[in-house]
Design a protein around this ligand. Structure first.
Ligand code: DQQ
Length: 525
């Protein structure tokens, strides 16, 4: 008989019990990674929100600490909502978060560690001068939340952005401060966009034009670009733009062709929301976390700017590879139309799979209709069982023995006017035989030159009910939550498949069974 524990993930971050939503204020301090998150100490649904707190030395094993911030003062008595951490020049961290006050207004508060000598930052002090930012008359006090990490300009002033809206116009409201305590609203928002609705959990940070190293949030100069990410509560999807930030004007301008709406780029084309990045000085990288609803967070990912400068690339932090255990491998396998290959010998419900596919017969690719702008719609129409020319080919993960349950992670290649178009899909429509479960299809286009490369890679992290995929080395990412009835634990199977007319070759497939880290089971730090 199926137990709810069968869907509990092993190596994705989550508390031992109860509701979790947004990751908050990730930071690195005195050799320790800290992750806070929106948490209900009393139940498995959203409510009673506090900042729960966990620490780690490797981003893989986590130890829980008591909640860091919880309602206790008038300025947060009705809730401690999302926010971010900033490392001050003297090395101490500060947290800015949204408090819900007695009139249910959203206000911004600051908190400092009680004992900066404690690497675990167990206790936080919320000074009585809070809130440090109140919604003024021009601001909708029920749509004013989720302060970003602050950045400091060459003029010594701190800047921070708070998400908001004015009717349907999304706003990144800008505030400045000399001392992190007295904040003054700027005349104009850092950025805004018509028609998007509320901007939840904005994130604003620099990326290096070259290389994969991350940058401190206050970094400036010609060798970088900026990223602005917003979470749209209207669609429950996130979008980001690349652009330039002028410290003189304090304005952010997205590059041509980039948009903060549903035509824009996404970190992840699946179940991924309220994400947050931070700069990890130990690994010299910027790390991204998202919340994968019901109720888990994704594997921390390093993010950097792609060579072409037109998108970001993401990859699970390398520390995750410590969990790789027993490995199985296949090489030079040809999958003709309708063929499949089962990957056996490991527990595939808790696995890390990397495959490189070599495509042939590109002339057989289906024609691409330029009206197909929406990848998700296209994937819905052309699911994993709809035979094609080049693809669908990929993986069936969390498959039952009779294949009646299976989640398909696959590529499909189309012949466009100038260039071939590559689609990465998660087809979750057969993921469970249980009725009444939400089983969406998720998809994103992959910006590669398949004609030139001839190869495309896929990595999928499988963890009971999470499938987190990275296409083409992390150019397009998709996360799903799936709840099979039969394909659980040792009864889950993994296959590679090809439903395209052209043969594909698996030049290399490696699959590792993943170990189980300490995931917030109480232990002494
Ligand atoms: N979740 C928080 C808000 C944020 C929303 C409340 C996004 O601060 O806007 O739990 O998921």
């Amino acid at each position: 008989k199926l137990s709810p524990q069968d869907h509990r993930t092993a190596y994705h971050f989550q508390p031992p019990k109860n509701w979790i939503n947004d990751p908050n204020g990730p930071l690195f301090y005195k050799g320790v990674y800290h992750l806070f998150y929106q948490y209900n100490p009393k139940g498995a649904v959203w409510g009673n929100i506090v900042w729960a707190h966990s620490v780690s030395r490797d981003l893989v094993n986590w130890i829980p600490l008591p909640p860091a911030i919880y309602p206790s003062k008038p300025f947060d008595i009705n809730g401690c909502w999302s926010g971010s951490a900033t490392i001050l020049p003297d090395g101490r961290p500060a947290i800015l978060y949204t408090g819900i006050d007695p009139r249910n207004r959203q206000v911004q508060n600051v908190a400092f560690p009680k004992d900066p000598a404690d690497p675990y930052l167990r206790e936080w002090v919320k000074p009585d001068y809070n809130p440090v930012i109140n919604p003024d008359a021009a601001i909708n006090a029920s749509a004013f939340r989720d302060p970003t990490t602050a950045w400091r300009g060459g003029d010594g002033w701190w800047r921070v952005v708070v998400g908001s809206k004015n009717d349907l116009q999304g706003l990144a409201v800008l505030y400045r401060s000399k001392d992190f305590v007295r904040w003054v609203k700027a005349a104009a928002p850092l950025h805004s966009a018509a028609g998007t609705g509320m901007w939840e959990c904005p994130d604003f940070f620099p990326v290096a034009r070259r290389g994969r190293n991350g940058l401190d949030t206050s970094a400036a100069g010609p060798a970088l670009k900026h990223v602005m990410k917003v979470s749209l509560d209207l669609t429950r999807f996130e979008y980001y733009t690349l652009g330039s930030y002028s410290p003189e004007k304090d304005r952010y301008l997205p590059d041509a062709g980039m948009a903060d709406d549903r035509t824009g780029l996404r970190y992840d084309y699946g179940n991924f929301y309220a994400s947050k990045t931070f700069y990890d000085p130990a690994g010299r990288r910027r790390i991204l976390w998202g919340w994968s609803n019901e109720s888990d967070s994704t594997i921390p990912r390093a993010v950097w700017l792609d060579n072409g400068g037109r998108q970001l690339v993401q990859w699970p932090v390398q520390e995750l590879e410590k969990l790789r255990g027993k490995k199985v491998e296949a090489r030079d396998l040809i999958l003709r139309k309708g063929a499949r290959y089962e990957i056996k010998g490991i527990l595939t419900s808790q696995a890390d799979v990397e495959v490189t596919f070599e495509v042939t017969g590109l002339e057989k690719a289906e024609g691409f209709d330029p009206r197909w702008k929406d990848a998700q719609e296209l994937c819905k129409k052309k699911g994993a069982d709809v035979a094609g020319g080049v693809g669908p080919f990929g993986l069936w993960v969390l498959a039952s023995g009779d294949l009646s349950e299976r989640t398909a992670v696959f590529f499909r290649v189309f012949k466009g006017k100038e260039k071939h178009v590559v689609l990465l899909c998660h087809d979750d429509s057969s993921s469970t035989s249980r009725a009444g479960v939400w089983k969406p299809s998720f998809a994103g286009f992959v910006d590669v030159d398949i004609q030139k490369d001839r190869k495309i890679s896929l990595r999928s992290l499988i963890d009971a009910s999470v499938v987190e995929s990275f296409g083409a080395g992390g150019k397009t990412c998709i996360t799903s939550r799936v709840y099979p009835v039969h394909a659980v634990g040792g009864a889950a199977h993994l296959h590679a498949f090809n439903n395209g007319a052209a043969a594909v070759k698996i030049s290399l497939l490696r699959a590792w069974q993943m170990g189980t880290p300490n995931m917030n089971q109480p232990t002494e730090p």
